[in-house]
Design a protein around this ligand. Structure first.
Ligand SMILES: [Fe+2]
Length: 372
């Protein structure tokens, strides 16, 4: 039995015939001679892999690939490009579009078969990676299931955390991991009684003590995995309410004893919480948020992080605007600078020098000026 179905897309019948000869005894084959036919066949059959000619009239292979990537049902289909000539730009485009390979004619059947076998052996791994990522997303949502805010919050906060990690020089793999781990910070709320979690108004001291246990509950749930992303998520869940001066919970850790990932998420979470509308509060104006966070340097937040927070403000505001723009949210504050003004604001904030209080005041007035 042939294990996989391949979709071969080429406008020249001679090419289709030679590929049928080379691959027909190992794979089930589907053929298309035009971009639109290829898209229809891909949607209908979801082949294990597309062998896609780059140069075709009307719609070239790159455009076919772009359209596959734009549709949820076909976005992950593996694509191998085939071209008549070696061309550095085309090759770069092929990989930018997520192509697995870029082959140049004439194709040697034995080599083609070996390469396809190698690529197809990766398909289950890719599916596993996608499932793993989706499981993280579902767990993130589960942790916020009883919250009144929209799902936007966790993704926006994760993007803030990533921006701060980038600003302090984390490498891109670590930044990416933080973006996946940060939304799990309140996973422990799954273990809280609804009477506490959903109580309107202020909590009694006993209820506050129960609420604080979401840190240890979350840490205990997430540390069961050896996977690096869950290890990071566990330290964040456990330590995101610790404070730089040791006055936080659950352990009262201070300074560098608090994992850096948790220090970043603590700041990103407060920034996000203050900037959004909740049932009991309006969003704070940006200058008030800046004042609050810079005043927290050395007590709530690591002083170095608050400096990078100021440097990153334009980026953070850009993220805020992005989430508001792409997913309309009536609760979103409307007073943030639109993206078109951000480059100017960005340059202005970077040009401010002096002590941190001076820079915070200057940043506040620049923000005020930019939103008037
Ligand atoms: Fe929390």
């Amino acid at each position: 039995m042939k294990p996989h179905t391949l979709l071969i897309v080429d406008d020249e019948s001679a090419h289709l015939a030679s590929l049928r000869d080379a691959l027909g005894s190992d794979y089930n084959l589907l053929f298309a001679r035009h971009g639109n036919d290829a898209l229809a066949a891909a949607r209908k059959h979801l082949p294990a892999l597309l062998l896609l000619d780059v140069h075709m009239p009307d719609m070239d292979g790159f455009e076919v690939c772009r359209r596959l990537r734009a549709e949820p049902s076909t976005t992950g289909l593996p694509v191998v490009f085939v071209s008549a000539q070696a061309n550095g730009n085309d090759e770069a485009t092929a990989f930018e579009l997520g192509g697995l390979d870029y082959l140049v004619r004439p194709l040697v059947p034995a080599v083609l078969l070996a390469r396809l076998r190698s690529h197809l052996s990766r398909v289950p791994v890719q599916m596993l990676e996608n499932s793993y990522r989706e499981a993280l997303l579902m767990l993130s949502h589960a942790g916020r299931f009883n919250d009144s805010d929209t799902g936007n919050h966790i993704w926006r906060m994760a993007a803030y955390a990533r921006a701060l990690a980038e600003a302090i020089g984390w490498d891109s793999a670590q930044c990416q991991m933080l973006e996946l781990a940060a939304p799990l910070h309140d996973t422990g709320k799954l273990g809280l009684p609804q009477s506490v979690l959903l109580k309107p108004g202020s909590l009694t001291p006993e209820e506050r003590a129960v609420m604080k246990t979401h840190t240890t509950i979350g840490g205990n749930i997430l540390r069961r995995s050896e996977a690096p992303v869950f290890k990071m998520a566990a330290e964040i869940a456990l330590c995101h309410h610790e404070r730089w001066d040791g006055s936080g919970y659950p352990k009262g850790l201070a300074g560098d004893a608090i994992p850096e990932s948790a220090r970043i998420v603590a700041l990103a979470d407060v920034f996000d919480a203050l900037s959004m509308k909740r049932p009991h509060k309006e969003p704070w104006p940006m200058e008030k948020i800046v004042d609050h966070i810079t005043a927290g340097a050395g007590n709530h937040f690591e002083p170095r992080l608050t400096r990078y927070f100021l440097d990153s403000l334009p980026r953070l505001m850009e993220i805020h605007s992005h989430w508001d723009d792409s997913r309309p949210n009536p609760a979103a504050p409307s007073s943030f600078a639109p993206p078109s003004r951000l480059p100017l604001l960005h340059d202005s904030i970077y040009s401010v020098s002096g002590s941190m209080p001076q820079r915070a005041r200057a940043a506040s007035s620049l923000i005020r000026a930019s939103i008037q």
